[in-house]
Design a protein around this ligand. Structure first.
Ligand code: AMP
Ligand code: P6P
Length: 345
């Protein structure tokens, strides 16, 4: 007889159980989260066949934020829209692939939720079969009337109702939070179900990994350059030895650090002080996940990511995110170096 068998819980059953902790809930959010899981399965199937159906390669189009669009990007974007547009749970959507907000077609009912998403993050890694991901953020509608507006999308991350991501790697994992902890589900493709595999994820308070694209560091602010140089010093007496890990795919880098501990940084630089990563549908959802798992997410200038009120749909923001003590250390180091530079100036 097995001494222990972990509970076999599908994501749908978990989401429904969570609803019971929300007295009076109508089931709209529950069904919206079901829809996210369905979209994830549809995208996972295509991502996992990518090498077989000649879907690789680029369409030659450029998306709303200047990245070249690979066909899987478009497929994922369309899949999410097609799952979501007619359900009556949403009033508006926003996607990395669409320059403007995406209205719900007039022929369909409107709901009270807003869905913002990056349909396939890290798509430059598609052809190399490296991990890629989908990131999503859910807000409540805050404006009057049935149709959602840009104002409904431009809400601070602290107002998110739910946030999460899907990582398409050796296995497909969906990780999400509604503000009651972070929970991970692994897709069993043989039965087409996401099964609870990572209940109540807590990120280590301190890690040994730092993740950043050091090739870009020559353009960084000196305080960030000095911090990474400090991390690499051999003197273990002054700081813990670290290892660098960088996939170049945000969801893959984030998920590894979430589980193992560590810090991810994408600073701004002289050419682009706001950095590369998008606030609404990349950084805000991952920051909610990170904080719910015990970590921290800041912009490197003393601002908590979840407090930033967006002013544009595709707004970018510098990012320092990960284990609490690692982010504390980075913030303190960078602030001290900036103060030193001011004194010397
Ligand atoms: P609803 O009536 O379904 O729109 O839910 C109202 C509120 O209850 C949501 O905005 C959430 O804050 C909470 N809630 C409802 N369902 C769930 C769920 N499955 N998991 C977590 N929170 C939920
Ligand atoms: P770089 C992918 O294009 C992405 O948006 C994120 O997934 C990733 O973290 C980042 O860009 C990588 O950017 O400049 O290091 O190639």
């Amino acid at each position: 007889m097995p001494t222990h068998s972990s509970r076999l819980v599908t994501i749908e059953r978990f989401i429904l159980d969570e609803q019971s902790s929300a007295p009076g809930a109508s089931g709209e959010l529950t069904n919206l989260l079901y829809d996210v899981a369905l979209a994830a399965k549809i995208i996972a199937r295509e991502v996992n066949r990518a090498g077989l159906v000649d879907i690789l390669g680029e369409t030659g189009d450029i998306n709303a934020t200047g990245d070249s669009v690979k066909k899987l990007d478009e497929y994922a974007d369309r899949a999410i829209f097609r799952v979501m547009d007619h359900t009556g749970r949403l009033c508006v959507m926003g996607s990395e692939e669409s320059k403007e907000i995406i209205p719900i077609p007039q022929r369909f009912p409107k709901g009270k939720y807003v869905l913002l998403f990056d349909p396939l993050d890290g798509s430059s890694n598609i052809d190399s079969n490296a991990s890629i991901g989908t990131i999503f953020s859910i807000h409540r509608k805050i404006t009057d009337g049935a149709d959602g507006t840009l104002e409904d999308c431009l809400q601070a991350g602290s107002r998110q109702v739910a946030a999460g991501y899907v990582l398409y790697g050796p296995s497909t994992i969906l990780v999400y939070t509604t503000g009651h902890g972070v929970h991970g589900f692994t897709l069993d493709p043989s039965i087409g179900e996401f099964l609870l595999s990572h209940p109540d994820i807590r990120s280590p308070q301190q890690g040994k990994i730092y993740s950043c694209n050091e090739q870009s560091s020559c353009d960084w602010e000196p305080a960030f350059q000095q911090y990474v140089a400090w991390l690499k010093q051999p003197d273990a007496a002054t700081h813990r030895p670290r290892s660098t890990r960088y996939i170049g795919s945000l969801v893959g880098d984030f998920h590894r650090n979430l589980l193992y501990g560590g810090i991810f940084m994408y600073p701004g630089n002289v050419k682009r002080p706001e950095g590369k990563l998008r606030l609404l549908y990349e950084v805000s959802p991952l920051s909610m996940i990170c904080e719910q798992a015990g970590g921290r997410a800041v912009d490197g200038f003393g601002n908590r990511i979840l407090d930033i009120v967006p002013t544009a749909l595709h707004q970018r923001v510098p990012l320092v995110i990960g284990s609490k003590l690692d982010v504390d250390e980075a913030e303190a180091f960078i602030a001290a170096r900036r103060a030193e530079q001011v004194r010397k100036a």
